[in-house]
Design a protein around this ligand. Structure first.
Ligand code: PEP
Ligand code: MG
Length: 569
């Protein structure tokens, strides 16, 4: 009899395959390990292992970058930094004084630091604790001579209480049919990678995960969160229909990708893609994206030893612009800081990095960083349609300062005899309440607004976007947020500029309907979300959407808005 284990479905899709347990048990290897009798020699072994693992990671990072795996490269870079963190080395030495065993000392030191992260009671840091244990295990494996898991011919379903991001990142996409995690974080790096690759994933299985053994055949439902262990032929037949539907849906979405995004009565909304690297544009085009609404350029800066040069950046932006085939490519200037630190910038630690020295604030203080980026974007503009988008703006002065630097960048390029475009639009992210409230004024200085709801929701509601304990308060339908969004779109229209959205809210089909009714011109989202949004917009009239908008803007509570939208659409 098949047994069903339940978790939380976070990435939809049905996967059928054999389980490969991830996260190897090192106990046997540790027992067999013979430490050097001389403590200094054992310490040297640990130091050498740190250097060697950092070197291996660096080579992986370069391979991933060359293959367009910018997000994975960024995660590997975070791991490389953890390996080279002097704190870890010091901690290992302290542990060695007591344990006299290099791999055990490495594991103990990593565990110690991971526990400190977990004690911070913050989902973001809790997720980083997994990375630290991953790093510890990687170094220990190197010391123990353990090989990384090999993968056979067929695709497998990876299963583990916590799966090290490096395991998923290190395996080819077509070899992973699904992912099962005992732990429950949706912001874990393992989940971020699975999402980018659209791998059906179930998290939060808890201790029931022990029922799943290596090599077990399972059916995984990434939508409902069901895991059917050792399914009978009948179980398989039951899912065959859904798998067939999944394939039909895929074919339907491919057809839908060719159709325009227009309502029944002819209102057009441009659906664009959020990307982290030029390679992502290929995938975006498959889903019918009409250009790029957000190129998170910080991914070009992450996974590097040093600041990328103007030419390196130019190459990445040019490739993305060209792949947009005449559609707009909105390149956001680096959004460093907050949850995206860059160690080589050597910015001192802050009490409150989300309210600290970040994004445009860094750009305007560190011209040696910002000017090459502006010049690279202006040069890329020659090869298609590019736009510069500035993150975290709170006032007019910041826009004026950026525009002045853009003009200076043009003068420098002209002096250097480099071709650049004079038609690069300059817009801002509206992701702070200050910017949203001031949009009637800011609209006079820019070519477009793009609403960044991920931050706008967190700053408006004072609700940390990564804190699971208060996630019930994090709602893009909160009336305070809706009013700021409506004001932003109205300000844009009254001033003859376009308004878009590139936060996660843009990928919510229900939100898309009311945003269209508010008059939004563009929605930018992860490419796989495009078909569902397009489908909703094509099925409705703008008149009906306006009626719905009127109802929901009269509601007093965000949860009521959600419920009403479900009922009305
Ligand atoms: C946002 O804040 O909505 C956004 C798109 O930017 P990020 O998620 O990169 O902060
Ligand atoms: Mg943001």
């Amino acid at each position: 009899m098949a047994e069903i284990v339940k978790g939380k479905g976070v990435i939809a899709g049905i996967a059928i395959g054999k389980i490969m347990l991830a996260g190897q048990n090192l106990d046997g290897y540790l027992m067999a390990y013979q430490p050097d009798g001389d403590l200094d020699a054992e310490k040297k072994k640990a130091t050498d292992a740190l250097d060697k693992v950092a070197e291996i990671l660096q080579s992986n990072i370069e391979k991933l970058q060359a293959d367009g795996g910018a997000e994975q490269a960024a995660i590997m870079e975070a791991h490389r930094m953890m390996v080279q963190d002097p704190m870890l080395a010091e901690n290992i030495n302290t542990q060695l004084d007591e344990l006299h065993n290099a791999p055990k000392a490495v594991l103990a030191a990593a565990e110690d630091q991971a526990k400190q992260f977990e004690a911070m009671d913050n989902e973001y840091f809790a997720a980083r604790a997994v990375d630290l244990r991953d790093v510890g295990k990687r170094i220990a494996k190197y010391l123990l001579g353990v090989k990384e898991p090999e993968i056979g011919d067929g695709a497998v379903i990876l299963c583990g209480q916590e799966i090290e991001p490096s395991v998923i990142a290190g395996l080819p996409s077509d070899k992973i049919a699904g992912v099962i995690l005992g732990a429950g974080s949706t912001t874990a790096h393992a989940v971020i990678i699975a999402k980018a690759r659209a791998i059906p994933t179930v998290v939060g299985v808890g201790s029931a995960i022990e029922k799943i053994a290596d090599g077990d055949a399972v059916i995984l439902d990434g939508e409902k969160g069901d895991i059917v262990i050792r399914p009978s032929d009948e179980d398989r037949a039951g899912y065959a229909e859904r798998i067939k539907k999944q394939a039909e849906l895929k074919a339907y979405y491919e057809e839908l990708a060719k159709l325009p995004t227009v309502t029944q009565d002819g209102v057009k909304v441009q659906l664009m893609a959020n990307i982290g690297s030029p390679d992502d544009v290929d995938n975006a085009n498959k889903y019918g994206a009409e250009g790029v609404g957000l190129f998170r350029s910080e991914f070009v800066f992450m996974g590097k030893q040093d600041i990328p040069t103007e030419d390196e950046q130019f190459k990445a932006y040019k490739e993305a612009v060209e792949k947009c085939n005449g559609n707009l490519c909105v390149i956001r200037t680096m959004d460093i800081g907050g949850d995206k630190p860059l160690p080589y910038l050597q910015i001192p630690p802050e009490e409150n990095p989300f309210l600290g020295f970040r994004a445009v604030r860094i750009s305007l203080k560190r011209h040696e960083l910002f000017m090459p980026q502006l010049k690279a974007i202006l040069r890329a503009g020659v090869f298609g349609k590019a736009a510069i988008m500035v993150p975290m703006v709170i006032n007019v002065a910041e826009i004026l300062a950026v525009k002045k630097l853009v003009e200076e960048a043009k003068v420098e390029l002209a002096h250097e005899g480099k071709a650049y475009s004079d038609n690069v639009q300059i817009g801002i992210m509206v992701e702070t309440p200050a910017a949203a409230v001031m949009t009637p004024v800011l609209a006079k200085y820019v070519d477009f607004f793009s609403i960044g709801t991920n931050d706008l929701v967190q700053y408006t509601l004072a609700v940390d976007r990564g804190n699971a304990n208060i996630s019930y308060l994090y709602n893009h339908f909160n009336p305070a947020v809706l009013r700021l969004i409506q004001l932003t779109i109205k300000s844009a229209r009254e001033n003859g500029i376009w308004a878009g959205m590139c936060g996660e809210m843009a990928s919510d089909p229900y939100a898309a309907v009311i945003l269209m009714a508010m008059g939004i011109n563009e929605l930018s989202m992860s490419a796989p979300s495009i078909p569902r949004v397009k489908e909703k917009l094509r099925a409705i009239t703008s008149k009906r959407a306006e009626e719905i908008l009127e109802v929901i803007m009269g509601l007093e509570d965000g949860d009521d808005v959600k419920a009403q939208l479900n009922k009305l659409i």
